[in-house]
Ligand binder design. Structure first.
Ligand code: CA
Length: 398
């Protein structure tokens, strides 16, 4: 997995995560160990992955092969320079891996959409009529996407009080959302849609993504224009980006899509991935507890369909854009990807060890999303994303 790190000896640069160590790619390049690869090695010294991503898929493959060769071969080639190129991951400071252009959040988890529909609109059909016809999404805010580990401050905002009048104050329904983030690896010109069968060519890599949500703010503001201040106070992206190609062994068929979508969303290729997803909650002073276990295969729409739909009107994607999937809940209560669902909108508190309970997040709570694929004794792991809740700021004086 690729990321941007710094340490005592040098500023932000590109690294490759290998177990508990980081291969310093800028150092590898400066020692001439990438000389056999056709790439402008200045990309490894940049404070974001964008220039490396822009070098194109052939370069990603060549660099990946060379890294595998170096790591497999480390007895020979790396041994004399080990101290110069390998460092303990625990000694590095991680930075946001990409310079994010735009951020779009889909709603492709059908179980989440149904659960939220039941909670927010109890008298209607849980799915709105368009849901099975297109991967719906909203445009989010990229400026408040932070790297894993950054504290998340409880937002203040308007909520509907018990008497039906709006009140202002700290959110009392702060939540997480278990999502994957796609890092876009190739741009399309404005006006030129990306066909669904070519769409995966536009994905550089995969991250875990937590779209923190203030449900009380969200519920009061979201109609008619959708999420705004209930979402844009912060979202967390993992520090490490898994190359999309690394997911290939875990490709599976998605759920049957009934009714069949319009032809621009139809593809004969399986576009889902069997990636296990865990949500871990750690209260202040408490131990970690897994509160949900889901899987990326529960998404209704595939990554390729999301990209095809996003661009079908000619909208242009840019290298470094983040497309988040939407909350990935499974079909069972213990696989829900948000506290909104796990606590039935606060009506059934979730029991934690040590006699603790949660409806929504409390100050000091740490939420960590984990993802892995393959055999349990030798998993391929996504980069974790974690964040701890800190108290809201004092509301502004009048
Ligand atoms: Ca979301």
């Amino acid at each position: 997995m690729y990321g941007i790190f710094s340490n005592d000896s040098s500023g932000p640069r590109m690294g490759y995560k290998h177990g508990d160590t980081i291969l310093d790619l800028a150092a590898v390049a400066s020692l001439g160990l990438f000389d056999t690869v056709s790439i402008h090695t200045a990309v490894f010294s940049q404070p974001a992955l964008n220039d490396f991503i822009a070098s194109g898929k052939t370069s990603w493959q060549a660099v990946g092969q060379r890294i595998n060769q170096l790591l497999a071969n480390n007895e020979a080639e790396l041994d004399v320079v080990r101290a110069q190129v390998l460092l303990a991951a625990s000694r590095a400071t991680m930075h946001l891996p990409v310079r994010i252009g735009d951020y779009t959040d889909f709603y492709a988890g059908i179980h989440h959409a149904e659960n939220v529909g039941r909670l927010f609109r109890p008298d209607g059909d849980p799915l709105l009529p368009n849901y099975r016809h297109m991967p719906v999404a909203y445009h989010g805010r990229s400026s408040s996407i932070v790297v894993s580990g950054t504290p998340i401050r409880r937002p203040n905002g308007q909520q509907l009080g018990p008497d039906g009048q709006p009140v202002f104050g700290p959110s009392r329904a702060l939540d997480f959302e278990l999502e994957l983030g796609l890092i876009i690896g190739k741009s399309n010109p404005l006006g030129e849609p990306i066909p669904v069968d070519a769409a995966e060519e536009y994905i550089f890599g995969i991250t875990l993504f937590n779209d923190w949500s203030a449900r009380d703010i969200q519920r009061w503001e979201y109609q008619p224009l959708g999420p705004f201040l209930g979402k844009n106070f912060g979202s967390s992206l993992s520090a490490w980006v898994m190359p999309f190609a690394d997911l290939e062994p875990f490709r599976v068929a998605g759920p049957a899509q009934e009714p069949a979508p319009l032809s621009y969303l139809q593809t004969g290729k399986d576009g889902h991935f069997n990636v296990a997803l865990d949500v871990v909650l750690q209260p202040a002073g408490g131990s970690e507890v897994v509160i949900s276990q889901s899987n990326a295969r529960h998404l209704y729409w595939s990554f390729a369909q999301m990209i095809a739909h996003h661009t079908v009107n000619g909208c242009n994607l840019t290298i470094g854009d983040v497309l988040a999937t939407g909350t990935i809940s499974g079909s069972t209560p213990n696989s829900a990807g948000s506290l909104l669902e796990l606590s039935y909108n606060g009506k059934q508190p979730l029991a934690l060890p040590d006699n603790r309970h949660r409806t929504f997040l409390e100050n000091g709570d740490r939420v960590t999303l984990r993802g892995w694929a393959g055999p349990i004794d030798k998993p391929v792991q996504l980069g974790d994303v974690t964040g701890q809740i800190t108290p809201s700021p004092e509301p502004l004086a009048r």
